[in-house]
Design a protein around this ligand. Structure first.
Ligand code: PGA
Length: 264
């Protein structure tokens, strides 16, 4: 199956930015600008704005999600949030294992794996984030890390539960650094991710899984990255906070998608 059969998903990751007022203003202005979008547009927002934004996005193409959740269904875990609470608030997807969670909050593959399972159970679309550090790339361990994060992150999950999964390949050295991976480097990593996904599941399922690239995506590099055969979308941090840049990237993604569809 060719890449043209996969949807293209452009996700903004707001991280710990935007108050309710800022979020509402952004979304109100964004919706009319993406009404004819063929790319899917997702935003991963702070917990506090999920519910108020749900009303705002009604009838639009925008998909709302969260940036993290706990692996337990509920319990005495002060400060944590459960998948079913996110679902209740109106989230449709959740980022899991973002490198900032792995690095700053010491989340490991086993914990992230339990979260992926819980997200599936709670009917939230999991977006599993993976990627190597600069040291790992320099030590030529990129493939080993990708294999480990994918196989441990997805361990014990039935293949049929994985077709709704999104993988975000985000090399840690490229995040917030203004040093995006080149399109060639990113494509090679994405090709390898798909190979590992085929080993874990089946070629057919691996061919359906959307693999996003993330790490210093901006309006100047988005189109080239998306033109690669195994890059099916983008996870955008800093550049998604500016409405103008985010919309520009979404518009650029449309022409790439149209070209990809024409070539299948
Ligand atoms: P960046 O962040 O686009 O600011 O590099 C990407 C991410 O952390 O998801």
């Amino acid at each position: 199956m060719g890449q043209g059969h996969r949807p293209q998903v452009i996700t903004g990751n707001w991280k710990m930015y935007k108050t309710l007022e800022e979020a509402l203003t952004f979304v109100k202005e964004l919706i009319p600008k993406i009404k004819d979008s063929v790319s899917k547009v997702y935003i991963a927002v702070p917990f506090t704005v999920i519910q108020p934004l749900v009303k705002e996005i009604e009838g639009s193409k925008l998909v709302l999600g969260a940036q993290n959740m706990n692996d337990a269904s509920e319990g005495a875990f002060t400060g944590e949030i459960a998948g079913k609470m996110l679902k209740d608030a109106g989230a449709q997807f959740v980022l899991l294992g973002h490198s900032e969670r792995r690095r700053i909050f010491k989340e490991d593959n086993a914990f992230i794996n339990r979260k992926v399972k819980r997200a599936i159970q709670d009917k939230l679309q999991p977006v599993l984030c993976i990627g190597e550090t600069k040291e790992e790339r320099e030590a030529k361990q990129t493939e080993e890390i990708i294999r480990k994060q994918l196989s441990e992150g997805l361990a014990g999950i039935e293949s049929h539960d994985l077709n709704n999964l999104i993988i975000a390949y985000e090399p840690v050295w490229a995040i917030g650094s203004n040093e995006s991976a080149t399109a060639e480097v990113a494509q090679e990593a994405h090709r390898f991710c798909r190979q590992v996904l085929a080993e874990i599941t089946s070629q057919e399922i691996a061919d359906q899984i959307v693999i996003q690239y993330g790490g210093s995506v901006n309006a100047s590099n988005a189109e080239e990255l998306l033109s690669q055969p195994d890059i099916d979308g983008l996870l955008i941090g800093g550049a998604s906070l500016s409405l103008e840049t985010f919309v520009q990237i979404i518009h650029d993604s449309e022409s790439v998608l149209n070209r990809k569809v024409e070539t299948i």
